[in-house]
Write a protein that binds this ligand. Sequence first.
Ligand code: NAP
Length: 443
Amino acid sequence: MSSAANLRVAIVGSGPAGFYAAAALLSSELGVEVDMIERLPTPWGLVRLGVAPDHPNIKAVSRAFEKTALNPGFRFFGNVEFGRDVEHEELMRLYNAVVYSVGAQTDRALGIPGEDLPGSWPATAFVAWYNGHPDFQELSFDLSGERAVVIGNGNVALDVARMLALTPEELAPTDTTDEAIEAINESGIREILVVGRRGPVQAAWTPVEVGELGELAGADVIVDPADLELDPASEAELAQAAPTVRRNVDHLREYAARTPTGKPRAIRLRFLSSPVALLGEEKVEAIELVRNKLVGGRAVTTDERETITCGLVFRSVGYQGVPLPGVPFDEHTRTIPNEGGRVEPGLYAAGWIKRGPSGVIGTNKKDATETVALLLEDARAGKLPSRKAGTLEELLTAKGVEAVMYAGWEAIDRTERAAGEPHGRPRIKLCSWESLLEAARTK
Ligand code: NAP
């Protein structure tokens, strides 16, 4: 068993949960050192590669993470892939504790025929593409059709719908990749249909995001007033609902009362409909929807079906976690089984891989702080395993892994900001592994 002082903790994953965990550990009186391991050469997880580029204020949370990274007890090891470059057993040997904060790495499937036709995409792939994720730049989205359909009523669905509808002027000051800006500017899409399986009261999105739809320069937002006629159970739910839900519905009512102004594009929100099949020979040509009714809060299909032509479908029905080699995994919840973030003394989880893909960035602060409190409790109780001789640097050197340390990321950051500055953009992202690693070497 180790003494309580001088703990060494590895955090795997450098998104919000990882950084909030690092901050909580580094502020402990126990004298903790944190090594953060990240597969990409760049930190911040979905803050860099998930949050929509037209939401710079949300991305600004990375400034708090930068402060954490400058703590002398913190080290960043980017370009180090867990499971390939370093294994669970190795981390357990080198550290007193390991915290997994790897997020939810894949999308949920719809499980309907045609789901895998070309032109049907997980929304997460589109998000990663327009945000410059180096693994998603080879993708090619055909935006030539007149209608795109987005399945799901969460904030990711709204991000995708909004990004597809932005005008050149709205896109220009963002850090969306040049390729995505060009594709969206030249897109033939005239209507973006967002389809929710339940009603407006049950939608998972949040009021700011719903409100933004009404302010787009190049797109009308269209809601059928009939979709806002609530069944008695939804009326009752709304009366009891959180103010955020009521604000969502207020926005929708205001949209339903609007007359379209003839903007070049339209975002149409449709409720109580589920996709049954995606149709097409070589690629998606249409989507078949079924009308639902709500029974006990659940969407139950009716006999009413409709086929709508479309060239593109984004499936935005949530993320899910993937198993990590050597680490326990619950196939049902798609998370690491844990209690308050503790799997067992020495092994912890934080963020989406702990609780599932819910909440906003700030939710991870409470989540990670809870995990770290248990870790420190185990440390004080002398329950953490002692670490064996050796360091992560030695291990990585022996394996020939070129880690990108924090100074390397700062070099990437400087390069990107300098490229964006003359164009009034926050940065122009480096989008290939090669260019990222090259920039990191200029530290
Ligand atoms: P989400 O909020 O969980 O929404 C998923 C949506 O998909 C729900 O409307 C859900 O409907 C629907 N759905 C699930 N299975 C379905 C199916 N088989 N058929 C049709 N619809 C289905 O997930 P998300 O949008 O991916 O967002 C993930 C998290 O990130 C959320 O907490 C979100 O708020 C957050 N986020 C925040 C922001 C922001 O703050 N700006 C931006 C992006 C993401 P049911 O409710 O009926 O299950």
